[in-house]
Design a binder for this molecule. Structure first.
Ligand SMILES: C[S@@+](CC[C@H](N)C(=O)[O-])C[C@H]1O[C@@H](n2cnc3c(N)ncnc32)[C@H](O)[C@@H]1O
Length: 290
């Protein structure tokens, strides 16, 4: 199956992801005095959403490594950073035209290595402690990929799994087919998205159980998207969200396409003409060794 993620969709999400992530990582960094001295590895980085969020929180790493196997997404990191931090940071390309250096007005700077590689096989070579993040990714992963990810924790590394989809979407206005569509959507979430058969929303329980077995501390917080059709951007995003659901489910075995079409058309109508709100459930998970 083609598991490539749409660049326009990933880029559109950045704003909503930025406001959705919880504060559990920030609190941990503050409490453990890591702010001045932390290294970041963002796995499945896509187009750099997590680094953008971290910088907006004032979490300026000493060094960042961003890993993904999709070069098209990786190539848009520079422009996304420039767009988000115009007049705040200077973002320069290094000689290979992919890696970056980011500096602030006081000339404090850090290097960003951008690596095209499979996250399952990527080896952490540096010996200093890292905050390793997977954002909007864990629900796409298989059991074995999650096991590999959990093994990256040691006494020094911290794992932050943000925006893990929890399988729940609440619409206000609700639609009589919402439940039906969600049952297919959650089935679709278990298809291969780049790591073999995905665990979908069950990944949250799987990670929590494994963390306990492995003796890791774990903190969990809600990080839902809560979106109303207030601005033009919200309306565009919500329309894209329901259209992408329709597109993904359309060829699934057993789905009633006339129900899917009706659901999609009614959602587009209510996004355009009524006042609506959607809550897409996510959890943030922070794991570390005591
Ligand atoms: C839903 S996107 C999330 C992107 C980004 N973390 C964000 O929050 O916007 C999932 C990402 O996982 C990447 N991906 C999927 N399978 C992968 C693999 N085996 N190795 C590396 N990256 C992978 C995709 O290319 C995509 O960028």
């Amino acid at each position: 199956m083609d598991s490539k993620f749409s660049k326009s969709w990933i880029n559109m999400r950045i704003h909503y992801d930025t406001i959705a992530r919880s504060g559990i990582l920030n609190e941990f960094i503050e409490k453990n005095n890591l702010k001045q001295n932390y290294h970041m590895i963002d796995m499945c980085t896509g187009s750099g959403s997590f680094l953008i969020w971290a910088l907006k929180q004032g979490l300026f790493p000493n060094r960042a490594i961003l890993v993904d196997n999709d070069i098209n997404l990786l190539k848009s990191i520079k422009s996304n950073l420039r767009q988000n931090f115009k007049n705040i940071y200077v973002i320069k390309s290094n000689t290979n035209n992919l890696d970056l250096t980011i500096s602030d007005k006081s000339q404090k700077k850090f290097d960003v290595s951008i690596v095209k590689e499979n996250c399952d096989t990527y080896e952490i070579k540096d010996t200093q402690p890292h905050i390793i993040s997977y954002s909007a990714a864990i629900d796409l992963m298989s059991k074995s990929s999650i096991d590999i990810c959990l093994n990256k924790i040691n006494h020094y590394n911290i794992l932050f799994l943000s925006l893990c989809f929890d399988g729940k979407v609440k619409w206000k206005l609700s639609h009589p087919y919402d439940k039906y569509i969600m049952s297919y959507f959650n089935k679709h979430q278990s298809y291969d998205k780049g790591f073999g058969k995905a665990l979908g929303y069950k990944s949250i329980d799987y990670v929590s159980k494994k963390a306990r077995e492995l003796g890791y501390e774990i903190k969990i917080a809600d990080s839902p998207w809560i979106i109303q059709n207030e601005s033009l951007d919200d309306i565009t995003f919500l329309k894209r969200y329901v259209s992408d659901i329709k597109k993904s489910l359309f060829h699934m075995d057993g789905i009633d396409r006339s129900m899917l079409r009706r659901w999609h058309n009614d959602k587009i109508d209510s996004i355009t003409n009524k006042s609506i709100k959607v809550q897409v459930g996510h959890k943030d998970l922070l794991l570390y060794k005591k």
